[in-house]
Ligand binder design. Structure first.
Ligand SMILES: Nc1ncnc2c1ncn2[C@@H]1O[C@H](COP(=O)(O)OP(=O)(O)OP(=O)(O)O)[C@@H](O)[C@H]1O
Ligand SMILES: [Mg+2]
Length: 732
């Protein structure tokens, strides 16, 4: 027998016993465990090899190689594995060794060469099929094929073989016991000593060589193990001391850790206690604060708090008072509300009654039957008249140019053309021109609508005429667009005369009324300014070559030198002279007006009055001016002479505008001399005259622009203050 044969359970137990030492953190123990494993492989039989040559065990060993930090361990494992592979390379069922080595190589692990020395018993294949066996003594003996295959798979153990097995088992146990003292059975050591003695006995017998070598080898190993055992457990060697030291160090460390744990636990306890006391302190503080607050409210104990407390008490008391007052007020309001509701209900009833009567009252009012309505109307008329009189008085006192606006009716032609009447009269003295979407409002001293009669117009002019007999100078002139009704207003048709004739008629009336106290002589002159030339229309023969000069008399003011003057005593005289003047007047026909005045015509009426008692002589004069119509040259369709007329008319009217503008601005220089017209009207516009201007306008929308221009001009003129008129008393 060349090998120690073990059964499968024994092999398994031996390997299980080695697992932990191989995993030990101590390299020494790992090395020892590997030595034991190596010895077991060498000295046991096939079952042990099969148990070892598993993937599990190979993994375990590979892991050792890869994880150990000790090169000795790594080298030992690798060496054993290489040797095992060599040893079992013929046995296919043990191929795990070569697979494990292959894996290691694949991971870059350098493998050592097989160790001849380390494998005391290795099997190398020879060509002949024989196997060379290394004996523990170092001698090498070649077994025949017959012998080598003679190694039994299951054995009929002889006494020697049993002895060998027992020795081997005890050796393994002792070896393991040395590694793991907790499983060490000291009897095993005694057994091993006895085995040594037995080996001595056996060796003295005649044994086969192989068995002898085996026993010798075992004996060496037993000595080795027992020496180790004695060193550890019998001799009290340095290892034991080192172990003791380690144990004592560990104990110290353990004690230290325990101390630290205790200290930590103590600190934690202290901390918890501190936290608890902090919480309690906070709670106490809160309670104390509440208490303080309560106390300060109940019983203020410093001045500031006292003052605050007093103030709060006062505020509370005020609140109570206010609440009471509010409650009183509310109840009073409720009473008032109730009363109001009752009154309202009463009023509702009255209102409903009144509403029932309202239509009847309205009807009465409309028909003028209501007494109240009539009274109101009367009062209103008085009020209007009084206001008018006062205003006139004021104007007179201020010496303004008074402006009356007169709107003519739409002409037959305009009506046929469906021209729109754009005039509105919102109130006394007010006029609104509604030109499409645009509206222009003006205010004048008086406004006459298109239905106003000649008589009504003269009624408002009469007071001025009255003044003439008293020695005042009066100027009445009509201004406006051509065809707007200037001539109609001033001269008027024969059957419905205008200002001129009515003024004279009035003068004659006055003269007649005063004939007992005054003697008055009324004389008339008529001139026209045509193309900037003055023409004497009452001259026996109108001569356009004669130049009439405008002069200024110290008392009478402006006058025209050499102008024919005729005394008149009746209306028929006037009609005759007016007819003569009309006959001599220059007039043309334009598209705008078939009987257009192409010149400015002035009728002077002078009243020389001598007071029969005092002999005082006063000279009054009224200048009645019918201006030529302003017109746009293009619109009038004028050419040639008509064009020249139009240009002269416009030029003189423009000069009139400049004079009015300068007067309204109170300029130091007034450009009277820019035209014959303004020069002639100098003492009427800027002197001590009473001046009335009629602004005549057309209501037709077609004339909107000219109408608005005329109204603007007149409005400006209305602002001109010419000063308070004075009586013209002629020194006797
Ligand atoms: N208030 C009025 N009532 C009735 N018809 C009037 C009225 N005003 C003017 N007319 C008529 O309008 C026409 C033009 O009037 P008028 O000749 O007075 O214009 P005008 O202003 O003198 O024009 P021109 O500047 O061209 O001389 C006349 O036919 C006139 O009878
Ligand atoms: Mg005219």
């Amino acid at each position: 027998m060349v090998s120690l044969i073990v059964d499968a359970p024994t092999a398994r137990e031996a390997l299980v016993a080695l697992k932990d030492p191989l995993k030990s953190a101590s390299a020494l123990i790992q090395l020892k465990a590997m030595s034991i494993l190596g010895a077991l492989v060498k000295n046991t039989g096939h079952h042990f090899h099969v148990e070892l040559a598993t993937k599990k065990w190979m993994d375990r060993l590979i892991k050792m190689v890869r994880t150990t930090r000790d090169s000795r361990v790594r080298e030992k494992v690798l060496q054993l594995m290489v040797d095992w592979e060599q040893m079992f390379q013929l046995q296919l069922q043990l191929d795990e060794f070569s697979i494990a080595l292959h894996r290691l190589k694949a991971k870059g692990v350098e493998l050592p060469p097989p160790s001849e020395k380390g494998t005391r018993r290795s099997h190398r294949r020879q060509k002949s099929g024989d196997t060379t066996v290394n004996c523990s003594t170092g001698a090498e003996r070649t077994l025949t094929r017959k012998e080598s295959t003679k190694i039994p798979q299951t054995a009929q153990l002889t006494a020697i073989e049993i002895l060998m097995t027992n020795i081997q088992a005890d050796m393994s146990n002792l070896e393991l016991g040395i590694q793991r003292p907790e499983i060490l059975q000291h009897e095993v050591a005694d057994e091993c000593r006895q085995h040594l003695q037995k080996i001595q006995v056996v060796l003295s017998t005649d044994l086969p060589d192989q068995a002898m070598y085996e026993f010798i080898n075992m004996s060496d190993q037993l000595h080795e193990l027992l020496g180790l055992y004695d060193a550890l457990y019998t001799d009290g060697t340095a290892a034991e001391l080192a172990l003791d030291r380690e144990v004592s160090e560990l104990k110290k460390l353990d004690a230290q850790i325990r101390d630290e744990d205790e200290a930590i636990a103590k600190k934690e306890t202290e901390m918890a206690e501190l936290q608890a006391s902090l919480k309690a302190a906070q709670q106490e503080l809160r309670l104390a604060q509440d208490e303080t607050r309560q106390r300060s409210l109940r019983a203020p104990h410093n001045e500031k708090q006292k003052a605050m407390y007093a103030k709060m008490t006062q505020v509370v008391s005020n609140c109570v008072n206010v609440k009471q007052a509010a409650s009183d007020l509310k109840s009073r309001m409720m009473d008032e509300l109730e009363k109001m509701k009752q009154e309202n209900a009463k009023f509702q009833v009255e209102l409903e009654d009144s509403l029932m009567e309202f239509p009847v009252l309205m009807e009465k009012a409309r028909t003028g039957e209501s007494k109240a309505f009539l009274t109101l109307k009367k009062l209103y008329t008085i009020e209007v008249n009084t206001r008018k009189q006062l205003y006139n008085k004021l104007q007179e006192l201020r010496g303004n140019i008074r402006v009356y606006c007169r709107v003519r009716p739409l002409s037959e032609k305009e009506r046929l053309q469906h021209s729109e009447n754009m005039m509105q009269y919102p109130g006394e003295g007010e006029i609104v021109v509604k030109d499409g979407a645009k509206q222009r409002a003006f205010e004048f001293d008086l406004v006459y609508n298109d239905g106003t009669t000649q008589e009504e117009v003269f009624e408002d002019t009469k007071p001025l005429i009255n003044c003439v007999v008293d020695g005042y100078k009066v100027c009445i002139f009509a201004y406006g667009q051509t065809g707007s009704g200037k001539t109609y207003t001033m001269a008027g048709p024969h059957n419905n005369p205008g200002i001129n004739r009515r003024a004279l008629s009035r003068l004659f009336e006055l003269v007649a009324e005063r004939k007992d106290v005054e003697k008055s002589i009324v004389s008339v002159s008529v001139l026209e300014i045509y193309n900037e030339n003055i023409r004497d229309l009452l001259a026996s023969k109108v001569d356009d070559t004669v130049k009439y000069e405008i002069k200024t008399h110290p008392q009478d003011g402006q006058y025209v030198e050499n102008l024919t003057s005729f005394p008149v005593q009746s209306l028929s005289d006037i009609d005759a002279y007016m007819a003569k003047a009309e006959k001599n007047r220059s007039s043309g026909r334009t598209n705008m007006n078939e009987h257009s005045s192409r010149s400015h015509m002035v009728l002077y009426v002078v009243v020389r009055t001598t007071n029969l008692q005092s002999g005082v002589v006063t000279v009054g004069k009224v200048s009645l001016v019918d201006l030529a119509g302003s017109e746009r040259v293009g619109k009038s369709g004028a050419t040639g002479d008509r064009m020249k007329e139009a240009q002269c008319i416009n030029k003189s009217l423009s000069a009139l505008g400049d004079v009015i503008s300068s007067l309204s601005k109170n300029d130091s220089h007034i450009p009277y001399r820019n035209s014959k017209l303004t020069h002639l009207l100098k003492d009427s516009l800027g002197g001590n005259s009473k001046c009335l201007m009629f602004v005549n306008v057309s209501p037709a929308s077609w004339n909107a622009n000219e109408t608005i221009n005329s109204l603007q001009f007149a409005f400006r003129a209305r602002g001109v203050v010419i000063g308070t008129a004075k009586k013209n008393v002629v020194p006797s």
